[in-house]
Design a protein around this ligand. Structure first.
Ligand SMILES: [Zn+2]
Length: 302
């Protein structure tokens, strides 16, 4: 039985600054989107996942995650007023960032006011970069949406969003799943709320990206089977799950998630054997994934 070769799998929410990324490719991840606190040091090795990144978290002075012990020194850029927004965005793009990350955590501290958030979003869009938000606490997902934010770094978990808002968000937003951080397999209210929101967002046609928030808690460094099972549990079909892992666009930003072509070309993902017919074997099969350079694939038998 021959192996299955697919476009490189993407984890759309990682924090390289908080993990050792070495096992990622053996665990099936070919591309990552780093959502805060990391910029590349030196050139990546051939076996490293291709990394697209946000650079610093843009936050209100004193805002999340500046108060967290895990936030690396210098990883949060405070944006006090609308006139500071352009420089904050430009500085990240200067370092090679392709996306901008803002934080709106009303449970943890001050959040960016609407005019500052809108100024960040406007300037990022002028420069061709999408904006992703960490939205946490009542009303923060709505505030991100109203300010023109393109994607939520987490499926909303603080509250149940109403159908009308979810339908509007599905029209022009992407959500990164990160379901498994809520309990790592143990039941939690945040997990249940997130799954319920994601189920309706997906049904309404919203773009869902597989992402784990790697670096946040005890997550496997590689494809996370619990995250995949949670996506299936939220109503994504097996094809939808494959789509969420192989996405290259973020809303209207067509190729932002593709990542730079590294040494030896972009990695591809190889799965053992062919896709199983039995639905219950699907997530186990996905977890046989490894990311390899196309040049390392065994040549076909003559
Ligand atoms: Zn994160």
């Amino acid at each position: 039985m021959s192996d299955t070769v697919l476009p490189g799998f993407l984890d759309a929410h990682v924090h390289f600054a908080l993990i050792d990324p070495a096992p990622l490719t053996a665990g099936g991840i070919a591309r990552v989107l780093d959502l805060g606190g990391w910029t590349p040091q030196g050139s990546p090795g051939a076996a490293q996942p291709a990394a697209v990144f946000a650079g610093a978290f843009l936050a209100a002075p004193g805002g999340y995650p500046s108060e967290r012990s895990w936030a690396p020194a210098g990883s949060v850029r405070f944006v006090a007023q609308a006139t500071d927004a352009a420089a904050a965005v430009d500085d990240q793009l200067e370092l090679g960032a392709s996306v901008i990350k803002v934080t709106l955590n009303g449970d943890a501290g001050p959040v960016l006011p609407p005019e500052v958030l809108a100024a960040i979003t406007r300037h990022a869009h002028d420069r061709g970069a999408p904006v992703l938000a960490h939205a946490e606490g009542a009303g923060q997902a709505l505030r991100a949406f109203e300010a023109g934010v393109d994607a939520l770094a987490h499926t909303p978990f603080s509250e149940r969003l109403d159908d009308e808002l979810i339908a509007a968000m599905a029209g022009r937003m992407a959500w990164i799943s990160t379901l498994d951080i809520h309990g790592w397999g143990e039941p939690t209210d945040d997990f249940d709320r997130a799954v319920e929101n994601l189920r309706r967002f997906h049904r309404a046609g919203g773009q869902v990206l597989y992402g784990t928030d790697l670096g946040n808690g005890p997550l496997p460094v590689g494809l996370n089977r619990r995250e995949i099972d949670a996506l299936l549990g939220a109503g994504l079909s097996r094809d939808d799950v494959l789509g969420s892992l192989t996405m290259e666009h973020l809303g209207g930003f067509r190729t932002v998630l593709r990542g730079p072509a590294g040494v030896g070309g972009r990695l591809v993902t190889v799965l053992r054997g062919e896709r199983p017919v039995d639905p219950s074997a699907f997530s186990g099969w996905l977890c046989t994934a490894r990311a390899v350079s196309p040049t390392d694939l065994a040549p076909p038998h003559a």
